[in-house]
Design a protein around this ligand. Structure first.
Ligand SMILES: *[C@@H]1O[C@H](CO)[C@@H](O)[C@H](O)[C@H]1NC(C)=O
Ligand SMILES: *[C@@H]1O[C@H](CO)[C@@H](O)[C@H](O)[C@H]1NC(C)=O
Ligand SMILES: *[C@@H]1O[C@H](CO)[C@@H](O)[C@H](O)[C@H]1NC(C)=O
Ligand SMILES: *[C@@H]1O[C@H](CO)[C@@H](O)[C@H](O)[C@H]1NC(C)=O
Length: 257
């Protein structure tokens, strides 16, 4: 998916590196997180493994989890996800820990999905499974405004990049505003806390994850990502073979190198 944007992205790396080399002091100082925040803890029986890599970005992801069904009554199988990533890095430290934990649920329930939908206007339909399906040919709007969450954020969060899965179901994070990319592979997952926001369909919050670099793929500037503080995203029940289900979710994403 998105071969054109990846090609454009890759072709800009050489230029970007040359520019970074000439201003390395200021660039490094600005891109590193000043007082390193710590990854939220889950509070369950097991926590995600820690990392020694350096924190580069904290983001809010807002989008959909996609599933397919092999039969009525079967458990849905993940078919990827699509999300816009917003840059929370500079505002994270100003949030209280409870405000930071509440933010994905607030974004999910109070802001509109930043995707081009396949069936716009279908919200509220009796069959919920496809009302949030994305336009598969063109899922991301050309321009997404900064994320405003009144009462929760001092100022709007600018777009950091896109999260999608490629045809081989590689979870990909294209941080096009910082010319970084992680082609991910899941390293660990734990269930979300029982208190997590169950989402606008009430199905539950998807797992918390740690991802590393996928072997054989080229990642740039990122080696580890965590998906934590999830809200929503668990599938509806399968009612037919071949059924596709899209479920809105939001989460914090933490990116490291
Ligand atoms: C982090 O570094 C410490 C000290 O070098 C090492 O003992 C530990 O295994 C490392 N942890 C990870 C997750 O790489
Ligand atoms: C669905 O998943 C749950 C939890 O893993 C499992 O207990 C159950 O047997 C599965 N159901 C089907 C129909 O495979
Ligand atoms: C579901 O997500 C996948 C992976 O990002 C994407 O390729 C596909 O177009 C999406 N489908 C729908 C219906 O949203
Ligand atoms: C489900 O999605 C797949 C892949 O996009 C598509 O080929 C299929 O027609 C969809 N099924 C239904 C029932 O819409």
């Amino acid at each position: 998916m998105l071969p054109q944007s990846v090609l454009v992205f890759l072709s800009t790396i050489a230029v970007a590196s040359a520019r970074v080399a000439s201003v390395s002091c200021t660039t490094t100082a600005r891109s590193a997180v000043a007082t390193t925040p710590t990854l939220p803890v889950n509070g369950g029986a097991t926590e995600l493994p820690s990392t020694n890599a350096t924190l580069k970005h904290i983001a809010i992801g807002h989008g959909i989890q996609n599933y397919t069904c092999s039969a009525a009554g079967a458990n849905a199988t993940s078919a990827g996800a699509l999300a816009v990533l917003y840059d929370l890095t500079s505002q994270y430290a100003a949030l209280s820990s409870s405000a930071a934990l509440a933010l994905p649920g607030t974004v999910l329930t109070s802001t509109s999905l930043p995707l081009n939908l396949a069936n716009p206007g279908a919200a509220g339909a009796a069959d919920q499974s496809t009302q949030y399906a994305a336009n598969t040919a063109n899922p991301f709007p050309a321009s997404v405004p900064p994320l405003t969450v009144r009462g929760a954020l001092a100022s709007p969060l600018p777009v950091l990049g896109h999260h999608y899965f490629d045809l081989a179901l590689t979870p990909t994070f294209d941080l096009f505003t910082s010319s970084e990319l992680l082609a991910g592979a899941k390293l660990a997952d734990i269930t979300a806390p029982a208190t997590a926001n169950k989402g606008i369909m009430g199905t539950g919050a998807v797992d918390w994850l740690q991802l590393g670099e996928k072997a054989g793929y080229t990642s740039v500037g990122l080696t580890v990502a965590y998906r934590v503080v999830t809200a929503g995203g668990v599938s509806l029940a399968c009612t037919a073979a071949g059924q596709n289900i899209s479920v809105p979710y939001a989460a914090q994403y933490w990116f490291y190198e």
